[in-house]
Ligand binder design. Structure first.
Ligand code: GTP
Ligand code: MG
Length: 318
């Protein structure tokens, strides 16, 4: 599945020892190096500035990140993007066809709004054949809150005609207990995606540990910096392996700030600009949920109604 078969050792100025240092610092692919800063490479690989510069330039050239492409080429790239159905046609339409690969999709909303349910549903649906709205791929689930339920996955899989056991075998699960582990597992996800046809990575929820570990104003800058790096890793993963990243983010419902900026108290500005597509989920008359696209460069700010049923995410029957 890997887009860059070229090893770090193939770059000028990188011997085995330097390559190992870079890998353990999280730069596992040429593409990730292409996006690194000179400072980072100097520090992590313990090389001089000139060497770092040479390494990065070579990595950029190899990854095609050192040149302009035409708008038409961008269009062609956009047309190759994969889409995973959410289980609801209305919600898919809202998202422009489903949850996209090569992008980070964030669902935010209050408790019980369906963020985790959608994560489960996507883990199932990514396995479907393309004509059914899937990508015939596997999923990685990084669980920070301990709310992954295999039984729920079984039920959802059976409802779409997949073998429940096989569906569960196609999900790689890890429970993480702090931000360091969360970050490390995203880097490990890259190794797994090299070997397995992973087309979806779920982080549920992105912010829980960051919120718990970094309390108070004086910690904010440090938190945002770490979070920013983590989000960059997720974007890189999405890009390098043509996979979809789905993250969740709990925010308190507060009608008074309706479309002020409901994420500000939690994610701050870094998160505000990090996800490619953001959907705001809110509860309506049970089992209804309302989804709204928020702050998208492409999609209009519309709403869609869907329901959470025994079978999973579905459209509201007319
Ligand atoms: P937090 O993680 O607490 O922020 O909430 P969340 O947004 O992740 O909510 P989640 O996706 O866990 O949604 C929980 C809701 O989904 C429940 O309140 C139920 O309404 C619904 N739900 C969960 N499991 C089932 C099920 O098996 N059948 C049905 N019909 N509904 C379910
Ligand atoms: Mg949840």
């Amino acid at each position: 599945m890997s887009k860059d078969k070229i090893e770090l050792e193939d770059l000028p100025g990188i011997g085995r020892a330097t390559a190992e240092k870079l890998r353990s610092a999280g730069f596992k692919t040429v593409r990730s190096l292409a996006m690194a800063s000179i400072d980072e490479v100097c520090t992590m690989a313990e090389v001089g500035e000139a060497t770092a510069r040479k390494i990065i330039e070579a990595a950029r050239e190899l990854s095609g990140l050192d040149r302009f492409i035409t708008g038409e080429e961008v269009l062609e790239m956009r047309q190759r993007v994969g889409k995973i159905t959410t289980g609801s046609k209305k919600l898919d339409e809202l998202l422009g066809g489903g949850v996209e690969t090569r992008a980070v999709t964030e669902a935010f909303g209050e408790f019980g709004s369906g963020k985790t349910q959608l994560g489960h549903q996507l883990c199932v649906n990514v396995q479907l054949k393309p004509e059914m709205g899937g990508l015939e791929g596997k999923a990685i689930y990084i669980d920070t809150e301990g709310t992954f339920r295999s039984e729920r996955v079984s039920d959802m899989a059976a409802a779409v005609g997949l073998d429940p056991r096989e569906a569960l075998r196609n999900i790689f699960y890890v429970r993480v207990f702090n931000t360091d582990q969360q970050i490390a597992m995203v880097k490990k996800a890259e190794e797994l995606a090299e070997k397995e046809p992973v087309r979806l990575v779920v982080v549920d929820s992105l912010m829980a540990h960051f919120r718990a570990e970094y309390i108070g104003r004086e910690m904010l800058a440090e938190r945002q910096q770490k979070l920013n790096r983590h989000l960059m890793d997720l974007h890189l993963l999405a890009d390098s392996f043509d996979l979809a990243v789905y993250i969740t983010n709990q925010v308190q419902a507060d009608p008074s700030m309706f479309f002020g900026d409901p994420t500000r108290p939690i994610g701050g500005h870094v998160l505000g600009h990090a996800a490619t597509t953001r959907i705001y989920l809110r509860k309506s008359k049970a089992p209804r949920r309302i989804a709204r696209i928020y702050d998208s460069p492409l999609l209009p700010e519309r709403e869609a109604v869907f329901v959470i049923t025994v079978d999973g995410i579905r459209d509201l029957e007319a």
